[in-house]
Structures are given as C-alpha cells and as structure tokens.
Design a protein around this ligand. Structure first.
Ligand code: PEP
Length: 227
C-alpha cells in the first residue's frame, strides 16, 4: 500500500511563507502527500500542485458559529479534505468524540477526505487506559473509504518523545481491529526516525507537525516513505 505522509502546519505559515515552502518542496513518486496549512493560507496553497487539507471543519452548512468554517466553504476554495479531532483541538478547544463524529460525517458527506486523530495522554497510558481510550475514540469515527485515522499519542506530539516502533505497531493493530482503514502515525516524526516507524506492518503513513515546516526535512520524510 502507498504510504500517506501529511503535513500539519498548525498555526505556522501565512500565505507568503506557504508559497516559499512550495518553491522549495519536492516529493518523490510513490507516496501520497497531503499538506494542511492554516485557514488563511489555504487559498495560496490550493494554487499549487499538492493535495491540500484544512486543519478542521464544522458540521453545519452555515450559521452562527464564530471562527468556524463549513465544508462548502472549503470545497469552494478547492480544498480536498480536513484533519478532524487533533489532540490540540481536543485538549484546548473542547473537541469531544461527539463533535469529532459530527465533523467527520459532514466532511465525508460533502465530498472531503478526512484525517481523524486519536491518541491517549501520558496519564492515560500510565494508568493502563490506552486500549480503552483508543477504543472509545475509534468507535466514534464513521466508516468511509475517504477517511484515514492518525494515531497520535498525545505524549509524543511536539515533545521530541517518539513512540517506539513497537508501541506504534501495537496501537495501530488495535485501531485496525476496530476500524478497517489506513492508519498514520503522528508524534515527533523526523527524517531520522521515519523509516523505522513506517516499516511497521500496520503503519500506513505519518502525520507530521514540527518536521513538516521545513521543506527539506518534510521531503526527507516523504523519501523515507518510498524506500
Ligand atoms: C501533529 O501535530 O500532528 C504532530 C504529530 O506534531 P509533531 O510532529 O510536531 O509531534
């Protein structure tokens, strides 16, 4: 199966920096690449040759939802999908399994692809709750051929602590036993550790935060996904 490597730029890169990135970014054949810029940079990004996803999407077609963006608005721009349920949304912006479900459903019905994120916190892992947390989060995610899941242990996001390939493999196998889809790994993926993680049988790609901001380091991760 072709690996999918997605870049989550979080709240980095306005339109000018977005265009600078694309001037320098090259990916090899044999890997699916998705870039997720902030909302204000989507319009600049869709003019380029890559598949562009937003970092979130609302479930309503329109309405009094200050700060949110609808499926139709993204489709009109030429955006092809959205991340849903990133742990930073769950942790800081009140995202729940119910809102994740509603966002996924609306996006899929509207023709967008979805990268739905799941993952346990450090406290949950230490309390032996990883399996229960993943089970709860995964069953809330709709089944659809345009949806992939990203396993992102919260303790590994932006911390430099990467899950070992064995921890990632174990979680991915559990997720796949619950939901028959591609599963990406996310959490401090870098050019140095990408190949080892991607070599695991149930790791079908990566969702990359920090290391996706630099075009050369993101390209190196894309190359590791082909090798
Ligand atoms: C992310 O934000 O989805 C992520 C995995 O971040 P990082 O690669 O920086 O840990």
């Amino acid at each position: 199966m072709t690996n999918l490597i997605a870049a989550n730029w979080k709240m980095f890169k306005g339109p000018a920096e977005t265009l600078e990135f694309f001037d320098r970014f090259e990916a090899p054949d044999g890997v699916d690449v998705v870039i997720c810029p902030p909302f204000v940079s989507l319009e600049a990004a869709v003019g380029e040759e890559w598949t562009i996803y937003a970092q979130n999407v609302h479930w309503a077609a329109e309405g009094a939802f200050t700060g949110e963006t609808s499926v139709q608005m993204l489709v009109e721009l030429g955006v092809q999908g959205a991340i849903v349920g990133h742990s930073e949304r769950r942790q800081w912006f009140g995202e729940t399994d119910e809102t994740v479900h509603a966002r996924c459903e609306a996006a899929l019905e509207g023709g967008l692809g979805v990268i739905a994120c799941v993952g346990e916190t450090e406290a949950e892992r230490e309390a032996g709750e990883t399996e229960a947390v993943l089970h709860r989060q995964v069953v809330a995610i709709p089944r659809h051929d345009q949806l992939v899941i990203a396993y992102e242990p919260v303790w590994a996001i932006g911390t430099g602590k990467t899950a070992t390939p064995e921890i990632a493999q174990e979680a991915h196998a559990l997720i796949k036993s619950l939901h028959d889809t591609r599963v990406l790994y996310g959490g401090s993926v870098k050019p140095e550790n990408a190949a080892e993680l991607l070599a695991q049988p149930d790791v079908d790609g990566a969702l990359v935060g920090g290391a996706s901001l630099d075009p050369e380091s993101f390209a190196a991760i894309c190359r590791a996904a082909v090798a």
